[in-house]
Design a binder for this molecule. Structure first.
Ligand code: PMP
Length: 289
């Protein structure tokens, strides 16, 4: 494997950054998780736009043009023979001293790792996933807006620990007001009376690329979409529910906190959206070859 760091490719063993990088010392940086399907990088431009927005939000000036970063992603896939897989992009504030001050850091660094991906087994897409609501609340938009895909992921990790301790792979996080926010690494949707409903961005969530692609699919299928404030009541009374994420794609959610959602099986509109999404990933990408 060859890893891209700041304009050069290094063998995996030699791909290293400084222990004084503020990405490591403070989680001061950003990342992305991007899928590659059949030699096409899915929604690369949307991911690069999210990096730009996140960078603006944390006052990190990116010294690279979008096209330059895009080319490096394509090259990382080519060199590693990734026809189907996953790209992890990491941007750090750069090397500084032991103080917080980001102005003492030199140049930001960019790391691109193109690798294979381990997927959920097919049974998850047929039988669905059960979720648990965890006590940890999603970071407030007034603290660290979760729209920023920052290197500081402890909020999600604490939630994940709580879920795993209870025997669940994924969980539901509420925001500081008790509204539904999202899952530890995925966004959440419900279907109610034929309408697709999902928490709005001010509810404290990452604006997922898969979330946006799913909303696109709904528009294409003529399913009305509502982005709003949601509580657990909306999940208890949903006809269907599912989560979305670059790794997960569209996964049916069949229970929350031991309560069955809808029929307790993958619902018909969820199945339709998953099918449409899987068509979209083959038609909406940046060619690697
Ligand atoms: N929410 C969180 C907290 C995430 O980390 C992710 C990405 N794993 C998502 C939602 C889904 O985002 P995307 O569709 O861009 O992968």
């Amino acid at each position: 494997m060859e890893v891209y760091i700041d304009g050069k490719f290094y063998r995996k063993e030699d791909a290293k950054i400084s222990v004084f990088d503020h990405g490591l010392l403070y989680g001061d940086g950003l990342f992305e998780g991007i899928r590659v399907y059949d030699n096409c990088i899915f929604k690369l431009d949307a991911h690069l736009e999210r990096i730009e927005y996140s960078a603006k939000a944390i006052a990190l000036e990116l010294p690279w043009k979008r096209e330059e970063i895009a080319r490096a992603h394509i090259e990382a896939c080519r060199r590693n023979g990734i026809e189907n897989g996953y790209i992890r992009t990491v941007i750090t504030r750069g090397v500084g001293d032991l103080g917080l001050n980001p102005n003492n850091c030199g140049n930001p660094s960019i790391i691109i790792i193109a690798d294979k991906i381990k997927l959920y087994p097919p049974s998850v897409y047929e039988d669905g996933m059960k979720l648990i609501t965890v006590p940890t609340r999603r970071t407030s938009v007034a603290a660290l807006p979760p729209m920023v895909k920052s290197l500081n992921y402890l909020n999600s990790i604490l939630a994940k620990i709580e879920a795993l301790n209870c025997g669940f792979d994924e969980c539901l996080l509420l925001n500081d007001q008790g509204h539904v926010a999202e899952c530890s690494g995925d966004n959440i949707f419900v279907i109610h009376k034929g309408k697709l409903i999902t928490p709005m961005s001010a509810s404290s969530l990452l604006l997922g690329i898969t979330r946006a692609a799913t909303i696109e699919c709904a528009h294409e299928l003529g399913i009305p979409v509502l982005e709003t404030t949601m509580t657990r009541y909306d999940l208890w009374n949903a006809d269907e529910a599912f989560l979305t994420g670059s790794a997960a794609e569209v996964v049916p959610v069949v229970a929350l906190d031991g309560r069955k959602i809808g029929s307790g099986k993958c619902g018909p509109l969820t199945a339709k959206l998953l099918e449409r999404f899987r068509q979209k990933v083959r038609t909406d990408g940046t060619m690697v070859k």
